[in-house]
Ligand binder design. Sequence first.
Ligand code: 3HC
Length: 286
Amino acid sequence: MKAAVVGAGLMGSGIAQTCAQAGFEVVNIDTFPSAIDKAKANLEALFARKVTKGSMTEEKKEEILGRLTYSGSFEDVKGAAIVIEAVPEKIEIKKDTFRKVDEAADADTLIVSNTSGLSISEIASVTNRPDKVMGVHFFYPAPVMKLVELVRGLVTSNETYEKVKEFAGQIGKTTVDAPEYPGFMVNRILVPMQNEAAFMVMEGSRPEDVDNAMKLGCNHPMGPIELTDFVGIDTMLATMTGLYNGFHDSKYRPCPLLETMVKAGHLGKKTGQGFYKYDEKGNKIS
Ligand code: 3HC
């Protein structure tokens, strides 16, 4: 079965990898050639590490890579049973992508969005198949995290929901049904915690103290500041801003330090500078 993933950034490339590992023929589409180059290089480096470590054989690596192709054209969604959109978290970019995918895809193709909080009903409204559109929210890193949130729009059909749920199972994910409100379920709980942690750093706490507090005091695998660098400060700020604008509630006010860091281009691990500094291999150096 063929799946298409639109967007080859951190999330899109990880989702494409997840589907290819589960046995799907996958095309990962991005109109920016540099994004495709980066996705390919990251995946090759990740798989090379797995082979060296012994958690993947060379044959398995070749088999998975053989199922994964890259393209710069929306036309390549043709023949896909499902298209997963993972483009930047801006409503106009999402709508533009859905219009193009809707035009190019087969009539019975399901189109799902990996949005972390935008309205599925609004995204679906620009297509001619709103009943075949819903949200499937993955977590970073997509190949590792076991959960996906399923989010139905106002007119998502039962058939679409059942098929998408089956697809999530086929790629090895456990699902929860999340409401169509900003942040859905996980981010509505998680991101305000990361935001509060950023406020504490802004007030003078050391990032490593805030991280150790949550790692050692609550057994979190990563501290909230480290996690913000890991998923991208821009992504986290976009989600927080979505909660603030969506609920019209000051309790979701984004931390100004995050806004300043994004303006400065300090986006976390992916740019080498966030709350911490990283070398070109992504290892924390300070
Ligand atoms: N991409 C793909 N695979 C990755 C990866 C990445 N970025 N990072 C690690 N992995 C894989 C490794 O290859 C390894 O696989 P293997 O066992 O087959 O070799 C496996 O994950 C474990 O890696 P490590 O041993 O290097 O690392 P850890 O055991 O320290 O685990 C972690 C790394 C899974 C990232 C762990 O630290 C963790 O669970 N962190 C919390 C992540 C989290 O909270 N994610 C949710 C973020 S919020 C979000 O996504 C919302 C969205 O809207 C942005």
